[in-house]
Write a protein that binds this ligand. Structure first.
Ligand SMILES: Cc1ncc(COP(=O)(O)O)c(C=O)c1O
Length: 656
């Protein structure tokens, strides 16, 4: 029989979401607090309502228990002094926070941050006083399930199987951010790659373990999971005493028990595997390699073409690895690069994985979609099916290029994905997510050796993952963040007609920005050479600038840096003195490749020979166009036009 708690949980999480077919303009007006705090009374109503609700909950727990804090306490001097001290510090904090970066404003086009979605903000505020700890169901009977369900919501958006009744259902969990999600990808890929080697070393009979280490280390994700399954079934069929012994034998051979040094010493025909990632990969990959003990030297950065991973270079590197018997752990594709918003050819990486697995060099494919993950909503129908390129393109001028559509269409065939609700999901920080296509592999991460029985149906999907702390890199973690993600996805389902309306606005803004940048370049041709180095794949647009008459990269960089000084946060100045906020990044010759280097230098009339030791990269402006109010239809204001007018003024002032 279900417990009352289970009934309550089911009735909340299983209730069908009430959503209209498409979101109209007026519904979008209710999504955010707004640049002017327009929806203040809506948020206030929600906060007060649910704070009161929380208090009633406390009072109704055991109403027979009298209040422990006396009603007269508030009149006592100690109480009042404490309250005064608290207010003073809170006022000081509130005053200091006025120097915060105005992410909510359409004048902010710097980094990957914007306004927060009200359903998420309200769900987070409402959950905080309950303080659930999503390490396990014991400390978070409601929100741990919401986290698992949020993982399934994201899995569906990405094209992974999301029905927990399926043996190969996906699994996802939240992390503190994209950095930890990327680390989880490394951890899982290594566990799965090394497991068949451990089973072989332990001498497990009858389950089809390859007969040499290289083959065992190159089984690949699908066959690796099948082997794990076979091992679990075989073990379950053993008598109790033997079972424990076999379990201990395999455990003793695992890379997680031995550590890298001992594992590779015992398997001299194997070398530590490489991770292949594009040069534009986020620095979290380097951190992850160090944390895992594989070392930064095992991270091989591959060149780009048009700021997208060069699939031919990937192919050549893999050929080399196959020839050298150099194992590969993971190939990383980035879906929305941190600096340029470009989309790597995920489809071609998947094809390379399958081709090379057939030739004996197996590796997993991870997509770092920390930034671009939620753009996948544009490509999904409400029933989870993929939209054609023509259907998606109907709303835009250029988006999505065929390569971009192909990359999103291939997501469902990858092995794992990072996607950050705290970026394009418009939710508060502390919400990254790691999703893997087939949950069964996750058993290998368990701190208690439950990989022994997982997959046997010994416990259901939900029951297993309610012990979330077993599988995640963190321990204690915020249940309030999970509530925010889950509730937001319920209010705005992750398809093109609902959540997709938000990224659609950002892509349209990027298209408008791109067109306006080209006009800017024409209009200011007498004072500055300006170019967008790469047409935007998504919603991040860069602008390279060089004062007319200059050919020297170092001087162009100084010029852009001084423009950026006017666009950057400066806590020593009142915020209001800033007209706009932008950011900068760089173009490095080794990342660009010689052809693009010469093309961009030509557009800017720079001498490529001036890329030298003191100016080994070109500094450019970078704009993240995620604010929903960049084009203010209500007042007929384009903050994009205003930005370019402002930039034109600053450029003219600089060159004068
Ligand atoms: C592509 C990509 N991956 C990973 C990260 C790291 O995410 P976080 O800062 O949430 O840890 C970022 C952050 O900007 C990113 O853009």
């Amino acid at each position: 029989m279900s417990s009352p708690l289970a009934i309550a949980r089911e009735s909340f999480a299983d209730a069908p979401a009430i959503v209209p077919n498409v979101l109209d303009r007026s519904a979008l007006d209710a999504c955010f607090l707004g640049p002017y705090g327009e929806n203040d009374s809506l948020l206030e109503k929600l906060v007060v309502e649910f704070l009161r609700d929380h208090v009633y909950w406390r009072r109704n727990f055991h109403p027979e228990d009298p209040p422990a804090i006396p009603t007269r306490a508030a009149q006592q001097p100690g109480y009042q002094a404490f309250e005064a001290r608290m207010r003073r510090e809170l006022h000081a904090l509130s005053a200091a926070l006025k120097k915060s970066v105005p992410f909510h404003s359409p004048r902010y086009i710097g980094h990957m941050a914007s306004d927060l979605l009200l359903p998420g903000l309200a769900a987070q505020l409402l959950t905080l006083p309950y303080n659930p700890n999503n390490v396990s169901e014991d400390a978070a009977p409601v929100t741990v399930e919401l986290e698992i369900r949020a993982g399934l919501q994201l899995a569906r958006m990405l094209g992974y199987p999301d029905d927990p009744a399926r043996a190969d259902c996906a699994f996802g969990h939240l992390t503190s951010g994209g950095t930890v999600a990327n680390y989880q990808a490394l951890r899982l890929a290594l566990a799965l790659k090394a497991f068949p080697v451990a089973v072989r070393a332990a001498g497990v009979p009858d389950i089809g373990v390859p007969d040499e280490d290289w083959a065992a280390f190159n089984l690949g994700t699908g066959a690796g999971i099948a082997l794990l399954d076979a091992w679990q079934r075989w073990l379950a069929a053993q008598p109790e005493r033997d079972r424990r012994e076999w379990q201990a034998r395999v455990q003793a051979q695992r890379i997680e028990t031995l550590g890298l040094v001992d594992f590779f010493a015992r398997h001299p025909s194997l070398r530590p595997p490489l991770v292949l990632a594009p040069v534009t990969a986020h620095y979290s990959w380097s951190k992850g390699m160090k944390l895992l003990g594989l070392g930064r030297a095992q991270l091989k950065l591959l060149p780009e073409r048009g700021m997208r991973l060069d699939a031919d270079a990937l192919q050549a590197t893999l050929e080399h690895c196959l020839r050298d018997r150099q194992p590969v752990l993971l190939a990383v594709a980035v879906l929305g690069t941190t600096e340029y918003g470009t989309v790597d050819p995920v489809d071609r990486v998947v094809v390379a994985r399958d081709d090379f697995a057939a030739r004996g060099l197996a590796f997993s494919v991870h997509v770092d979609a920390a930034w671009g993950g939620y753009l996948a909503t544009l490509f999904r129908n409400a029933d989870g099916s993929l939209r054609t390129r023509a259907e998606v393109a109907a709303e835009f001028n250029h988006f999505p290029l065929p390569e971009v559509h192909a990359a999103f269409a291939a997501l469902g065939e990858t092995d794992s994905i990072t996607v950050d609700p705290h970026k394009l999901g418009y939710l508060p920080y502390g919400a990254g997510a790691f999703i893997c296509r087939d949950h069964r592999a996750v058993a290998l991460l368990s701190e208690q050796a439950d990989y022994v029985f997982d997959g046997n149906g010994a416990s259901g999907y939900m029951e297993r993952y309610r012990r979330l702390g077993q599988y995640i890199p963190e321990g204690s973690k915020s249940g309030a963040a999970a509530a925010a993600v889950y509730v937001t996805h319920r209010v705005l389902p992750l398809d093109h007609a609902h959540f997709g309306r938000l990224p659609a606005q950002t892509v349209r803004a990027a298209e408008a920005f791109y067109a306006r940048a080209q006009r800017f370049a024409r209009e200011l041709a007498d004072v500055v050479h300006a170019s967008v180095p790469f047409p935007p794949d998504s919603n991040l647009v860069c602008l390279a600038l060089n004062p007319a008459g200059n050919e020297d990269v170092a001087r162009a960089n100084a010029f852009v840096r001084s423009l950026h000084d006017e666009l950057r946060c400066d806590p020593r100045q009142p915020l209001q003195l800033k007209e706009f906020f932008g950011s900068i990044t760089t173009l490095r010759p080794e990342a660009l490749g010689i052809a693009d280097l010469h093309r961009i230098a030509g557009e800017l009339r720079l001498d490529p020979a001036t890329f030298e030791a003191d100016a080994d990269r070109l500094v450019i402006l970078r704009h993240t166009l995620m604010n929903p109010y960049l084009i203010d239809a209500e007042n007929g204001i384009s903050y994009i036009d205003r930005y370019f007018d402002y930039l034109a003024m600053r450029v003219r002032a600089q060159v004068a």
